[in-house]
Design a binder for this molecule. Structure first.
Ligand code: NAG
Ligand code: NAG
Ligand code: NAG
Ligand code: NAG
Ligand code: NAG
Ligand code: NAG
Ligand code: NAG
Ligand code: NAG
Ligand code: NAG
Length: 644
């Protein structure tokens, strides 16, 4: 008792000694935390185990290094880093850790109380609600989740002095952590809607063969993009993975039914399942919302790469869906301590099969190519969270991993279809069809390769209508993916990040686009950040794919299909390079922007959204709706084979 009193008076003294006008940086939660209800204040003597996640150092240098090893004209091309070199280079700098310790000591947390985690990425100490609340200038409350099943001590926002704010990723416990339990299936399925659900049309009884001008099949893609029908046998080091969330599940019957029509030699072949954070696959609900995405992704990834094993990176358990960060932490043990409990499904997870540090931290070797067909709204996350996750993509690039991401289907809007725009005053993504354009995440990170969508001018413009009829001799060209789907318009997402600035590898392409489209873009000037990372980087067909979902042959639309197609091409090129004794291609953007001729420029059409029906237009060269264009396999292969 005496100790606590004297400690408090000591704290009051040191607190008074600090400059009262210290500028501070405020951290508040993501929209995820709306599932928590605030209750009573928590008493000051409540004990807290505090963890400070330390920021990485040398991020700018690491970005330059990635550009150098990915630049086809650099002597460093292809010299990927080992995981330990990455870890050493980016570890929190000693002087930064000393600054944080000095700040703590000056706030009354003497150095003797502060320990450092084994991985070196966190400082830890024991404190109380009263002490931490004073240091962070915040108030702690009891929070209960909306089902009344889970409780936690948390605060609404906290403050850090500017001198240390950039040295700290976050502090726990502070903001409410992501819900530990959401046992209602209804709610889980609603969350699965963060992936795009596209309208489908049953074409089981349509006459065959399918005309490639109307439908997209593996052989149509091979014809259009020049992908080899008989890829070389897989090199043992060639690996290719596709990310999926918990609950969404491919069905063996659907794959076999698809293969028997379009790739008979693959009947019986399955993805290799890598379970991360539970890796929950479910077969109780065979519905489009759960089966469409993985049925589509694996059908095409497997058909296009032939006998290449394709890994299903299945992330999340039955109760907490999992997210991209759970996958990234499984690749990188140094990232586990930096997952943000206010957003990421992490500890505490009391349920069996949930997030488990001994099995889900740095336990999975990242495949050479990773395809991600999910997108979220950049505006729904704090910028520091986005930067930290983007750094993990940077680290994967340094290690030679190619991350391929779909741009999204909601044009200049983001989030589940029909998408949202950003409220101009607050920046929140809560405006339905007006306001500022809302960038997609993770597409807006400069260290991933983003694939936008195209369609053929002979493919349908309406997801519920059969393909149109046209004269046999009509010309066919590739245009921006844009269709009506019920009451919504779906179109290739593209635009500019509000968080990340234009990376050096695309500065010339973006400047040229802005010059070419000057007058058109002037009318949109208030709606986007002209200095942002422009996306997509490339494009591929997104229209009228045939897939078997829940036993029915259906048409499927969206850039969800474009990403695994482009990723398959990279996997095939990696295979050729590995057979030739070369290294995998890694981060491909600098090479593609430097040799845009290996892509087929798309210069027709525009995306839609936020009250603008002709937003970003496709045009000669890079544009913010189809990027540099769609792949020409043979040209890409020759380019990458010519590099060391
Ligand atoms: C910690 O704070 C105490 C009291 O203000 C001070 O005497 C001491 O020098 C500080 N130590 C460090 C390492 O900053
Ligand atoms: C403490 O937080 C309040 C708002 O919660 C803010 O008005 C005040 O400026 C903060 N003080 C410091 C020193 O950061
Ligand atoms: C997904 O959202 C749509 C509309 O936003 C809704 O009609 C549908 O039922 C949802 N799907 C699931 C599986 O909850
Ligand atoms: C769903 O599909 C799976 C895999 O094909 C099958 O094993 C399961 O019985 C089906 N479930 C239901 C409820 O029909
Ligand atoms: C985490 O995984 C380890 C190793 O499989 C296991 O021994 C442990 O019980 C698990 N922890 C929880 C909380 O499930
Ligand atoms: C969006 O949210 C902000 C606060 O975050 C609020 O001020 C604004 O009115 C909201 N806009 C809409 C259209 O709901
Ligand atoms: C779809 O719309 C695009 C752009 O308006 C147009 O060029 C194309 O001919 C249309 N396709 C069909 C089949 O109507
Ligand atoms: C799309 O096709 C459906 C079914 O044929 C039709 O009911 C709907 O009106 C069409 N939508 C548009 C915008 O043409
Ligand atoms: C297609 O054939 C028709 C009738 O033979 C002809 O009038 C038209 O010019 C042709 N169009 C093209 C693009 O060749």
């Amino acid at each position: 008792m005496f100790l606590r009193l004297s400690l408090l008076s000591f704290l009051a003294l040191t607190g008074a000694m600090q400059s009262p006008s210290t500028a501070s940086y405020r951290r508040s939660g993501a929209t995820v935390s709306t599932e928590w209800q605030r209750g009573e204040r928590v008493s000051d003597d409540t004990p807290l185990q505090v963890q400070i996640a330390l920021a990485q150092s040398n991020i700018a240098e690491a970005g330059s290094a990635l550009i150098a090893i990915s630049d086809p004209d650099s002597p460093h091309y292809g010299r990927h880093w080992t995981p330990s070199k990455v870890a050493r280079a980016l570890a929190p700098a000693a002087e930064d850790v000393a600054s944080v310790r000095r700040w703590l000591n000056g706030s009354g947390i003497s150095s003797g109380r502060v320990g450092r985690s084994h991985a070196g990425d966190q400082l830890r100490f024991e404190s109380t609600v009263g002490e931490l609340g004073r240091i962070l200038n915040t108030t702690y409350y009891q929070y209960t989740d909306v089902n009344g099943q889970d409780a936690q001590v948390a605060c609404e926002a906290y403050h850090l002095p500017l001198s240390v704010a950039s040295l700290i990723d976050y502090i726990t416990p502070t903001l409410p952590h992501a819900s530990a339990r959401s046992p209602e299936r209804k709610r889980t399925t609603a969350r699965v809607n963060t992936s795009y659900t596209r309208r489908t049309r049953d074409v089981t009884s349509s006459p065959e063969p399918f005309d490639c001008r109307k439908y997209t099949t593996p052989s149509c893609l091979r014809d259009i993009y020049g992908i080899p029908a008989q890829p070389r046998a897989p090199h043992p080091d060639n690996t290719f993975g596709v990310f999926q969330l918990a609950w969404v599940t491919w069905r063996p019957e659907d794959l076999d039914s698809f293969f028997s029509r379009f790739q008979p030699e693959l009947v019986g072949r399955r993805p290799l399942v890598e379970r991360i954070d539970g890796g929950y696959l479910q077969y109780d609900y065979n519905v489009t919302a759960f089966n469409l995405e993985p049925d589509l992704d694996f059908s095409y990834a497997m058909a296009l790469t032939g006998s290449q094993p394709v890994v299903n990176l299945q992330v999340g358990d039955m109760f907490k869906l999992g997210n991209i960060n759970n996958m990234l932490a499984a690749f990188d043990k140094y990232y586990c301590g930096a997952l943000d409990p206010s957003i990421d499904p992490v500890f505490p997870d009391p349920l069996p099969g949930g997030y488990n540090k001994s099995t889900d931290c740095g336990t999975v070797a990242p495949p050479n190519v990773i395809s991600i067909s999910y997108s979220w709204n950049e505006a729904d996350f704090p910028p520091e969270y986005l930067r930290r996750q983007c750094n993990e993509f940077l680290k994967l690039g340094l290690m030679g991993v190619t991350v391929v991401v779909s741009s999204g289907d909601t044009g200049t809007k983001a989030g589940p279809a029909p998408g949202m725009c950003n409220d101009p005053a607050s920046g929140s993504a809560n405006a339905t069809n007006s306001g500022r354009f809302s960038p997609q995440w993770p597409a807006s990170c400069p260290w991933v390769t983003v694939v936008g969508g195209t369609q053929l001018t002979t493919q349908t413009n309406n997801t519920s209508s059969p393909p149109p009829t046209f004269p046999a001799n009509s010309s066919v060209s590739e245009t921006v993916f844009r269709v009506t789907a019920g009451d919504s318009v779906l179109s290739s997402s593209g635009g500019f990040s509000n968080v990340f600035s234009t990376p050096v590898y695309q500065l010339g392409a973006v400047a040229e686009y802005k010059r070419r489209e000057k007058e058109h873009l002037a009318a949109l000037a208030g709606q986007f950040n002209g200095g942002g990372r422009g996306y997509p980087d490339v494009a591929a067909l997104a229209s009228t794919y045939l897939a078997v979902v829940d036993d029915k042959l259906t048409t499927v639309f969206g850039t969800s299909a474009s990403a695994p197609v482009f990723a398959s091409i990279i996997a095939l090129i990696n295979n050729e390079r590995l057979h030739a004794g070369k290294r995998r291609v890694g981060f491909v953007n600098p090479t593609l922007y430097a040799h845009a001729k290996v892509l087929r420029d798309v210069a027709l059409g525009a995306n839609d959204g936020c009250g603008v029906s002709e937003a970003f237009r496709a045009s000669a060269g890079w544009d913010a709706v189809t990027g540099l264009g769609s792949p020409d396999y043979e040209k890409m292969r020759r380019l990458f084979m010519s590099l060391p």
